[in-house]
Design a protein around this ligand. Structure first.
Ligand code: OGA
Ligand code: NI
Length: 351
């Protein structure tokens, strides 16, 4: 890696991706072996119609089975008929886009590299740190309970709170429904996690990936797994790739109108004692348009420990040690996302 982020190649205060540079500075160029293929195979990921969850017992059990199979095979699926109307989704993406369009001063109010902050804006620009940078700008904020956190979200654009808040509440409802279906499918019963999820966390990662002049050499987000139980993602255009567990290659996820993406996170892998897989994924770039995504990340409370369910441990014993969301934040503060070590690997026992 040649230049560091602090070498003065571009104006200070704003990252290359925010400035719309016509080239990709060295610090953003990922090592050759990690460069993305922008047009790999498109994977036929399961598309699950959630409408069947509320029809009758037979339909419900079929949907639950499909969800369970997808969690084993990919740790990933897409959903339709999830109950969030198109207007709510479109308005949330609009709110995100207008936030990133706001004057720099406005965004700077929330700028922080402290991963423990409940509301923060950041680019991958860390002054003086010599490591690969990613072509992403993001706003993260807590969202549950909504009344508690909303007052700390950006005041501008003026309808940001209202539009994003509506999406957060509905994404949460979908996640509760999905968790009930998942724990039911695991044989733990639908309310196994309900009260812990109610007391749990919802973190929104509102991502902006500006157009990139040379998308072959940079990444929006490096390969990672989410620490969550479940993540529900809304995107404005395609750009997500997932690691196919069967042949260990990257696959593009197609954009299906109206669909949301669902990622199994580390804590669901732990709960299922390894039966379900936390999906490894990354975000690739394009030179044509800015892409937005809104990830709704759901986990138990900050200090609530997630452990393998006793009912699923069996003769092999526990494959993972317990951990909390706070443990993950401490891991994140000490280990950069771009590094190869992942949180789930630190939880595995004797594997
Ligand atoms: C994330 C994430 C994917 C995307 O925010 O954790 O994986 O498509 N986002 O932006
Ligand atoms: Ni992710």
């Amino acid at each position: 890696m040649g230049a560091t982020a602090s070498s003065g190649m571009w104006k200070t205060g704003e990252s290359a991706q925010e400035q719309g540079l016509g080239y990709v500075p060295d610090a953003y160029q990922v090592p050759l072996r990690d460069r993305p293929s922008l047009f790999p195979d498109t994977v036929t990921v399961p598309l699950i119609d959630l409408g069947g969850l509320w029809k009758d017992a037979v339909q419900r059990s079929l949907v639950i089975k499909d969800i369970g199979n997808a969690c084993c095979r990919f740790g990933f699926f897409q959903i339709v008929n999830h109950g969030i109307c198109q207007t709510v989704m479109d308005e949330a993406l609009q709110a995100a886009s207008s936030f990133f369009d706001s004057p720099t001063d406005e965004k700077m109010k929330y700028m922080s590299n402290d991963v423990h902050k409940p509301v923060r804006y950041a680019t991958s620009f860390k002054d003086g740190v010599d490591k690969t940078q990613f072509w992403r700008v993001f706003l993260k904020h807590y969202a549950h309970p909504l009344e508690h956190w909303m007052g700390q979200w950006p005041e501008n654009p003026p309808r940001y709170r209202e539009k994003m808040g509506r999406f957060c509440a509905q994404a949460r409802k979908v996640t509760v429904d999905l968790m009930e279906a998942i724990t039911e499918g695991l044989g733990l019963g639908p309310s196994y996690l309900t009260s812990k999820m109610e007391a749990g966390m919802q973190v929104m990662a509102v991502n902006c990936y500006p157009r990139c002049p040379n998308p072959e050499v940079a990444l929006g987000l490096p390969p990672h797994c989410d620490y969550t139980c479940l993540t529900v993602v809304l995107q404005s255009s395609p750009g997500l790739q997932i690691m196919d567990l069967e042949d260990c290659t990257w696959k593009s996820v197609p954009k299906i109108p109206g669909a949301l993406q669902v990622h199994v996170g580390d804590h669901l892998e732990v709960l299922s004692n390894g039966l379900y897989k936390s999906v490894c994924h990354r975000a690739v770039l394009n030179s044509e348009r800015t892409r937005f995504s809104i990830a709704s990340l759901h986990s138990l409370g900050l200090d609530e420990t997630m452990e393998p369910a006793e009912e699923l441990v069996g003769a092999q014993g526990k494959k993972y040690r317990g951990s909390s969301f706070r443990d993950f934040l401490n891991f994140l503060a000490a280990n950069d996302l771009g590094k190869r070590k992942s949180f789930i690997d630190t939880l595995k026992i004797n594997q």
